[in-house]
Design a protein around this ligand. Structure first.
Ligand code: NAD
Ligand code: TYD
Length: 337
């Protein structure tokens, strides 16, 4: 039985990963530690919370004592760190919490991992640590780190700390860097669920700048399978890029969402650009393809249709999650622009 501490497992990717493991890997036991910030929600784990191979603990990754107690009590062998502040726009308006969680929090986990002689540490990172691309080329694992937003800078700092702990104390680690995810349970502040939610409510769809910025999209299920591959077969000290070669301009994605929902393009509203907005991301995933035999399986058109269907079938989740704190934040953000 693999005994895994998953952090951030009530968020978008973490909860998809926990559900996938509990469904597909019966020999895994998971302790799921999450602070339940605005982005973490136990509803994301509905039907799995009381699974015999799953325990949920509400805690902060900065709480080293609790992390060490969990490792001892549950004989944890592996840590997978999803926990993070993850939204670029929030990092621009309030960067401090990004340092506290993404940098100091990762440091706390690394210290616990070394003190308790954890067998394997997986750091879930992002393509955004590489900065931005011009019209051609792709990020490889050799691309120098050149983050542009407080979010990506905090993730790059965490990656460097992980590497330093491997070098200094021999921690067995791998880092995964994935491109933009979409799929069920994504908090509707990120572009795809935000546009779906606004379109469903006949509200304007706010496209930043000229809408020609490019993101490389991957379905969250493909990402979860890639993380499993890295956990099971990845080499210590290695970084793996994960992507599905699906570059799209934002405006193209927004128009596709409107078409699938049979809503008019007149809902599109071009708004002031995000400060320092990265122009283009594109991932070269040939290393994980050739060394670990992982390939993405879900094409964008099918994945987006499935995602829209999920949001249509989960309108209650959507309305609960967009009430309260998030609504206030959203209004404030646009008022400040
Ligand atoms: P998310 O914001 O949906 O979820 C983050 C989770 O972490 C939430 O459940 C939140 O409650 C929890 N959390 C935040 N601070 C915490 C703390 N101090 N202690 C414990 N838990 C805390 O984010 P996501 O989109 O699921 O991203 C997960 C990870 O994947 C992040 O590390 C992110 O950088 C990385 N990533 C995301 C994407 C993407 O497209 N969303 C792409 C590549 C990499
Ligand atoms: P986002 O989902 O925030 O992910 P990231 O910034 O980490 O790539 O944004 C994806 C793209 O969509 C990015 O180019 C910014 C753009 N965007 C909009 O045009 N409007 C929006 O309301 C949001 C949230 C994002």
């Amino acid at each position: 039985m693999k005994r895994i501490l998953v952090t951030g497992g009530a968020g978008f990717i973490g909860s998809n990963f926990v559900r996938w493991i509990l469904t597909e890997q019966p020999d895994c036991f998971i302790v799921n530690l999450d602070k339940l910030t605005y982005a973490g929600n136990l509803e994301n784990l509905e039907g799995f919370l009381k699974h015999p191979n799953h325990i949920f603990v509400k805690a902060d990754i900065n709480d080293g004592k609790t992390v060490e107690e969990i490792i001892d009590k549950h004989k944890i062998q592996t840590i997978i760190n999803f926990a993070a502040e993850s939204h670029v726009d929030r990092s621009i308006t309030g960067p401090k919490i990004f340092i506290e969680t993404n940098v100091t929090g990762t440091l706390t986990l690394l210290q616990a991992a070394c003190d308790k002689k954890i067998e394997r540490f997986i750091q879930i990172s992002t393509d955004e640590v590489y900065g931005q691309l011009g019209p051609t080329g792709k990020f490889t694992e050799q691309t120098p780190l050149s983050p542009n937003s407080p979010y990506s800078a905090s993730k790059a700092a965490a990656d460097l700390l992980v590497k330093a702990f491997g070098h200094t104390w021999g921690l067995n680690y791998s880092i995964t860097r994935c491109s933009n995810n979409y799929g069920p349970f994504q908090f509707p502040e990120k572009m795809i669920p935000l546009m779906i939610n606004n379109a469903l409510n006949d509200k304007p769809l706010p496209v930043y700048g000229d809408g020609l910025h490019v993101r490389d999209w991957i379905h969250v299920e493909d990402h979860c399978k890639a993380i499993w591959k890295v956990l099971a077969e990845g080499k210590s000290g290695e970084t793996y890029n994960i992507g599905s070669s699906c570059e799209k301009q934002n405006i193209e994605v927004v128009k596709t969402i409107l078409k699938l929902l049979k809503k008019p393009e007149s809902l599109i509203t071009f708004v002031k650009d995000r400060p320092g907005h990265d122009k283009r991301y594109a991932m070269d995933s040939s290393k994980i393809n050739s060394q670990l035999g992982w390939q993405s399986l879900i094409n964008f058109e099918d994945g987006l249709k499935k995602t829209i269907d999920w949001y249509l079938q989960n309108k209650k989740w959507l309305s609960r999650i967009t009430s309260g704190q998030y609504q206030q934040y959203y209004q404030q953000m646009y008022a400040n622009r």
